[in-house]
Design a binder for this molecule. Structure first.
Ligand code: TMP
Length: 211
């Protein structure tokens, strides 16, 4: 899907503006988070009750925020995250069918209310994104192997969320890597109209490309 490539390019641009950047991924970034990622990804894990899946992801998020994100922000660094709370709404809410209010309530408890200032949703036309994603991976993880329209529900969820959540911005992901990077950069600059702010001066500093 190219989101990790885009995260790297964005990170370089923010650094070129003179800021220190901390990049993380979810689930992951801490020993517990990486273990959760392994459990969730491997196909031998089999099916997990949706609430258990959500809670594993939230445990990973709570560890990441407490051990990495909050300290980085306190040091004045920008934090760029490959996925964030929006993914829980899309995957566990829309995809697995858990009530969105429940996902949001539990997520707030895990994050202590700390969330991204802007969340980039990279979008490809229906079918193309999923096909590209599947082609690009040698082995499919548990989520990518899901059938019964799971990934389609997740995509529609992201589209809904991009309309209803103030921090979420939909960015078309068709075109070259450089073109998409330009679109992402334009949105990030628009989100910080007074210039890329020092995160110590405001709540700013967490930008989170997803998908
Ligand atoms: P990826 O980011 O490398 O694609 O892998 C992360 C997987 O974890 C992806 O399939 C989506 C899934 N995920 C959730 O289901 N909920 C979440 O909240 C997050 C952060 C990820």
């Amino acid at each position: 899907m190219g989101k990790t490539t885009q995260l790297g390019l964005l990170s370089r641009r923010v650094e070129a503006c003179g800021f220190e950047v901390c990049t993380v991924r979810e689930p992951g970034g801490t020993p517990i988070g990486e273990e959760v990622r392994r459990i969730l990804a491997r196909s031998q894990t089999g099916s997990i009750a949706p609430r258990a899946e959500l809670m594993l992801i939230l445990a990973a998020r709570a560890a990441l925020i407490g051990e990495v994100v909050a300290p980085a922000l306190a040091e004045g660094r920008w934090v760029l995250s490959d996925r964030s709370s929006l993914s829980s709404r899309a995957y566990q809410g829309y995809g697995r069918g858990l009530p969105l209010e429940e996902v949001e309530l539990l997520d707030r408890s895990a994050t202590g209310g700390l969330g991204p200032d802007i969340c980039i949703v990279l979008d490809l036309p229906a079918g193309e994104g999923i096909a590209r994603h599947r082609r690009g991976r040698k082995r499919l993880d548990r989520f990518e192997s899901e059938t019964d329209g799971f990934l389609e529900r997740v995509r529609l969820g992201y589209l809904e969320l991009a309309k209803s959540r103030a921090e979420a911005v939909l960015v078309p992901a068709d075109g070259t890597v450089d073109l998409v990077a330009e679109r992402v950069w334009r949105e990030v600059c628009a989100a910080f109209p007074t210039g890329l702010a020092d995160p110590r001066d405001s709540d700013s500093g967490r930008v989170s490309p997803v998908r």
